[in-house]
Design a protein. Structure first.
Length: 759
């Protein structure tokens, strides 16, 4: 619906006109980076990988790289401008320079550049003048809105910042940014009244000043009833209170017990090449302590996504850092396998483990694909016309090392893969693979099931899981508790339709067929090798431009809910993250706004976990975008629901199965008001872009006890541990082969505001 001028046309116009403008100086105060003085020296192998990652990052040609290295691009343009004579060619560079200034976080300087262009062209006569001025007004509107965010949501951050509809607490104190943004956005809409991106931003700008809905021109208004809330409980962001509100770019999260004390910790990444991995240890008193300096990981940086598992069966959780995403043929940045040494320190063992690779990726999944009792890893890489990067299947050699077997196992298809998950979709005991492809059909690989000769078969189109085109996040879960795993896969934005455009188009006409490719798919497993998309029928037909995501049980009713974190790199793409509550395995209810989940900053990795061990799941989400200047504080939504329903947390430990029990299926049979039902849970970290706890956290509804608990272990004979008449509302450990569960003495915590000693 946008009539915005193309960059090619704009360039040709700028060439025809001369703008005499000085080259502005730049403040170098971009997003703050955490500085750590290492208390524990990194191991030699860690130092070697730090150097390799740094060398790979340094080798990237910033001007050819998508999204990243914005400050390097600014520096390049400054040098170029200093060497150029005033004239048309310089103007082309100057405009690109303004765009990159905004992306690098130098918003005031970007505004200066765009203002100079706008003012210069205002009194000139030329073809396409109106479109050209509208383009400058658009850049100024977006820049001023980002300035408003920086001066308010970032510098005056509180736990309701940037959550829509904007509350009084979150309204902007410094009003200049949004006031100026409104001026330019309304001027744009005078020319292009059907520009949905600008309509959307105008609503947001008015919200920040308390002017929504009354002051928004009626023809551009998001109807207030869109934000109508139901009676779902309001969650509160406590990340700032706990000192875990990392303020960087997009990245990954692992929520789990890294130090073996039973309580859940956090490993957090940001994808910038200088962005330090952070480790926050649960202090068991209701807070978290930043132990990064004591881990031996100081200097380990980057990573758009993290995935954790106990790869060497030593009882301590390890993790992999995934790098190189979006960089195409420049994405030769190695991933890092980080071993947990069991003493609070970690070591990069990528090379010695045989996992070294230089292919661009943001997605991988741990699973025991051949059921030999050792976890393997599948890494889905990104291919484009600039280079093919086959996917990799690293099978464990059962000694802490791996051998790459992707091609041998039949995993030969290439694509621009943005998500992957593993799950036993045909109930034969062996984990299958589902890949979401941003450049073609999504793929389902069925595991042929053999310990010694592993092979995968590509499912035929009749499986019915190839859509949507340009998909992104995905996961496998049993949403309706019928014993068959189902598939969720989300759409995304593209060059023609941005998240804001899609959001407003859906509000104006929710039946618009042009939105079809951007709608998520919920593929119900029919149990016969085919799947049926029931997304619209189940209430999740609204387009979701999902990046990070994950699922869990918000209200402990035994049915899995999910959080879709949305956006894309553009500063126009500040659309709300969405939360959907599963209603009895039949439909999903949108509880985004009643639950306080509608954060409009870029949503990346998401994790569900019972961080305070009180029986309900909290949600951690990594915020911040792709550009260096698009930093934002991560959020931790504390679950306020409490124990209105019953629950049980189970730490599983394999013996013939992999020790972290990934792939184990837990089946709880419960009785509620004389009705008996089964609740299914598969151990894993959840969705393709996020990191749930491997602790099996089951909601049990109104059950007074668990009548029967079965654990089907991920080994070739699918051995089953069965327990009867288990008490609810407790934390237990179940070890494969042992007769009785062991209660774990983990008392509920009450989140405490951070004191200076924790900081």
């Amino acid at each position: 619906m946008s009539a915005r001028i193309s960059w090619g046309t704009l360039k040709s116009i700028i060439v025809l006109l001369i703008l005499s403008s000085c080259n502005p100086t730049i403040d170098t105060d971009g997003p703050t980076k955490a500085q750590y003085k290492a208390k524990v020296k990194a191991d030699d192998s860690t130092i070697e990988m730090i150097q390799r990652v740094k060398a790979a990052g340094t080798a990237i040609k910033a001007q050819e790289a998508r999204y990243i290295l914005n400050q390097k691009k600014v520096d390049h343009f400054e040098k170029q401008l200093d060497e150029m004579e005033v004239g048309a060619d310089r103007n082309l560079v100057l405009y690109d320079y303004g765009i990159e200034l905004l992306r690098a976080g130098h918003t005031d300087k970007a505004i200066e550049v765009f203002t100079n262009f706008h003012d210069f062209f205002t009194d000139k006569i030329f073809l396409d003048k109106q479109k050209t001025l509208t383009e400058f007004k658009t850049q100024l509107g977006v820049s001023y809105l980002r300035k408003a965010e920086q001066e308010n949501c970032l510098l005056n951050h509180n736990n309701e910042s940037c959550i829509i509809p904007i509350s009084k607490k979150a309204q902007h104190i410094n009003r200049e940014g949004s006031t100026k943004a409104i001026e330019f956005l309304e001027a744009c809409l005078e020319v292009n009244p059907f520009d949905y991106e600008i309509q959307y931003l105008l609503n947001i700008a008015y919200m920040t000043l308390g002017g929504y809905p009354d002051q928004v021109p009626e023809e551009f208004l998001i109807p207030a009833d869109y934000f109508e809330t139901n009676n779902f409980s309001k969650f509160s962001d406590v990340a700032m209170d706990l000192g875990v509100d990392v303020n960087e770019m997009s990245g990954g999260i692992c929520l789990d017990d890294f130090n073996g004390d039973g309580f859940l910790d956090m490993m957090v990444s940001s994808w910038g090449f200088e962005d330090q991995i952070r480790y926050f240890e649960n202090d068991t008193q209701g807070g978290f302590t930043d132990k990064t300096a004591e881990t031996g990981l100081v200097g380990v940086t980057g990573g758009l996504n993290l995935k954790h598992a106990d790869y060497n069966n030593d009882g301590f959780l390890d993790f992999i850092i995934l790098r190189g995403a979006w960089l195409e043929n420049q994405g030769k940045v190695p991933n890092s396998l980080i071993r947990n040494n069991g003493d609070g320190t970690f070591t990069d063992v990528t090379i010695e483990a045989g996992l070294y690779s230089e292919r661009p990726t943001q997605t991988a999944i741990w699973a025991d694909f051949n059921l030999d009792g050792w976890i393997d890893i599948f890494i889905a890489n990104e291919s484009t016309d600039k280079g093919l990067n086959t996917c990799e299947l690293f099978l464990s050699n059962t000694d802490g090392t791996f051998t790459e077997m992707g091609k041998t196992a039949g995993l030969t298809e290439t694509g621009f893969f943005k998500g992957v998950d593993a799950g036993d979709l045909n109930n034969d005991g062996y984990p299958d693979l589902y890949l979401s492809n941003f450049s073609g059909k999504n793929l389902l690989y069925l595991n042929a099931g053999s310990k010694n000769d592993i092979s995968f078969q590509l499912a035929s189109d009749s499986a019915g899981v190839a859509d949507p085109v340009e998909s992104f996040s995905t996961w496998i879960f049993d949403y309706n508790n019928d014993g068959f795993e189902d598939i969720f896969v989300s759409g995304y934005s593209n060059a023609e339709k941005s998240p804001a455009n899609i959001f407003m188009a859906n509000i104006r006409n929710p039946y618009d067929p042009r939105l079809e490719d951007h709608r998520p798919r919920l593929y119900r497993n029919n149990g016969d090798g085919t799947f049926t998309n029931i997304a619209k029928a189940s209430g999740i037909g609204e387009p979701l431009t999902t990046m990070g995501c994950n699922y869990g049980d918000l209200d402990n009713d035994g049915f899995l809910d999910f959080y879709a974190a949305t956006g894309d790199p553009s500063f126009l793409s500040i659309v709300p993250n969405k939360m959907y509550r599963n209603q009895g395995g039949e439909t999903f209810e949108d509880v985004t706004f009643s639950g306080g989940f509608g954060h409009i900053q870029k949503g990346h990795a998401v994790g569900f976990a019972d961080l305070d061990m009180d029986g309900d799941q909290d949600i951690y989400a990594v915020m911040g975008g792709a550009y260096e200047g698009d930093n934002f504080q991560n959020v931790l939504f504390e679950n306020p629901i409490g124990n209105q329903n019953s629950w049980i947390n189970i730490r599983l430990e394999g013996s013939t199965s992999n020790r972290s029990a990934i792939g184990a299926k837990v089946i709880a049979t419960v009785t509620e008001e004389r009705n008996t039902r089964k609740i299914y849970h598969t151990v894993g970290s959840g969705a393709s872009f996020g990191g749930n706890s491997l602790l099996a956290e089951l909601g049990l509804g109104k059950a007074k006890q668990i009548d029967q608990l079965e654990v089907i272990w991920p080994n070739p004979i699918r051995s089953v541990s069965t327990f009867t008449s288990l008490a609810v509302n407790q934390v237990i450990k179940i070890k494969e082969g042992e007769e009785n569960p062991v209660p774990l003495p983990l008392s509920p915590l009450k989140f405490q505001k951070m004191d200076h000693q924790h900081h």
